[in-house]
Design a protein around this ligand. Structure first.
Ligand SMILES: *Cc1c(COP(=O)(O)O)cnc(C)c1O
Length: 432
């Protein structure tokens, strides 16, 4: 790193020419976009990100780079690691970073301090949470007596969102095999009917990664509790985009990534929420030395640390973790309610522009029109979607394609404006 990182970042040339950004329908939508941008109280935040003229609608896959990050990473590498070396575990706060950064994420997902640890990938945290949930649901001594029929847990079924992001399903299947449970995929709407006295854990996505559908976390969590089961929510597509209310709605366990709407950077560590009242009974299937009550005691026997710390495993990935910490500073004066209000206004406006600009029948939105069921993305079904997305990206409108026929556009209210939305719809219309 001989030059500051900020000077070696690629400058992507924008191919959004005036030809594509001109308003095709008399300019009324472009005028409205300008008015909405002028009234937008979050508009100033865009300057805190490294962006160019492209319309970046892929922040639900990889959030843009906050300007504070390159300098922080350079300091962590050069000074904390290079000069302080081992002293940084204490002096630079490396050792306590997982819980400190967890407490920074907590207000964004409606959690009081002391319930979130950052570390590992979402996939690994899904594993900890689902196995932990089955153990919580069955409790100490919750296994059947060997002579009471089949050995194994009394609550021996795990329900998983049938439309889940694949990794959650794969991990849940393995967790089921390891705990002697059966895995039952069910559509989230059908979870209340599928619950029974056999249900141990229910793993759900707050927002569907493909369609952008937002599920009713309060009522589904209440249904899971009424059946005596334990809820596990995956917040990958909701944290940083809308209020979650983990504490308020009684969620038991939750996981999420930090590289989507939280802008932590590629592969930045994920997080695990363990509700305070469950912490003393949370029995992690990955009890590494970092979650030991006395990690430097180096004892042969495991004793879990108190609190959310028992969700830790091994040595934290400090470089990514501290890049994430810098990225989260963007949120210092931002309320998640304001972000949600702007997110809904952006997706409403996009749907309106698409409706007005795009030829009838060329695309079909699979994102719910009802606000209560919409995350912060719009997914449009479209013939030849893969090719259409490639051409959109060539023209400076960056979304992504999801099999089999979905154009996915993510709206990050911290840096996407209404003018971007109008331009994206205009370019899409010209392509189709
Ligand atoms: C993005 C995403 C993941 C990613 O998992 P990783 O382990 O970080 O690769 C998991 N689940 C959902 C629902 C996601 O949207």
């Amino acid at each position: 790193m001989s030059e500051p990182l900020s000077e070696v970042l690629p400058q992507v040339p924008s191919e959004v020419s005036s030809e594509f950004s001109s308003e095709p329908y008399g300019g009324s939508f472009a005028r409205r976009a300008a008015e909405l941008d002028a009234a937008d109280e979050l508009a100033g935040l865009r300057a805190q990100f490294v962006l160019d003229d492209a319309v970046y609608l892929d922040g639900n896959s990889l959030g843009a780079l906050p300007r504070s990050v390159p300098g922080r990473v350079e300091d962590v590498v050069r000074r904390q690691w290079g000069a302080l070396r081992i002293r940084s575990w204490d002096e630079s706060g490396w050792w306590t970073a997982p819980e400190r950064i967890g407490d920074r994420i907590a207000p964004l997902v409606g959690a009081a301090a002391g319930q979130i640890v950052v570390g590992d990938s979402t996939s690994v945290n899904v594993f900890k949470a689902v196995v932990g949930a089955v153990r919580l649901a069955n409790g100490p001594g919750g296994e059947r007596e060997a002579d009471a029929g089949r050995p194994g847990p009394v609550r021996d079924e795990i329900l998983v969102d049938a439309t889940t992001f694949p990794t959650d399903g794969y991990i849940a299947a393995s967790a089921a095999r390891l705990t002697g449970c059966t895995l039952r995929p069910v559509a989230p709407d059908e979870v209340p009917d599928a619950l029974s006295g056999r249900t141990a854990a229910v793993l759900l996505n707050h927002v569907d990664y493909r369609t952008g559908r937002l599920y009713d976390l309060p009522s589904l969590t209440a249904a899971v509790h009424a059946a005596g089961a334990v809820s596990v929510w995956d917040l990958c597509h909701s944290a940083g985009a809308l209020p979650v209310g983990l504490d308020e709605h009684g969620v038991d366990l939750a996981v999420g990534c930090t590289y989507k709407y939280l802008n932590g950077g590629p592969g930045s560590p994920a997080y695990l929420y363990v509700r305070r009242e469950h912490q003393h009974r949370f029995d992690s299937p990955l009890p590494g030395w970092n979650s030991h009550a006395d990690p430097f005691g180096m004892t042969p026997d495991y004793a879990p640390a108190p609190g959310a710390l028992r969700g830790r495993v091994g040595t934290p990935d400090i470089l990514s973790m501290l890049a994430l910490e810098a990225a989260l500073e963007v949120w210092d004066d931002v309320s998640i309610e304001a972000v949600r209000a702007k997110s809904l206004a952006l997706t409403d406006f996009f749907l309106e522009c698409v409706d007005a600009y795009v030829p009838e029948g060329a695309v079909e939105s699979v994102t719910p029109s009802v606000h209560a069921e919409r995350g912060s993305q719009v997914a449009l079904r479209c013939a030849g979607a893969g090719q259409v997305m490639r051409r959109l990206i060539e023209r400076g409108v960056v979304g992504d394609f999801r099999e089999p026929d979905v154009l996915r556009f993510g709206f990050t209210p911290l840096y996407v404006g209404f003018g971007d939305v109008e331009r994206a719809a205009g370019v899409l219309a010209r392509l189709l």
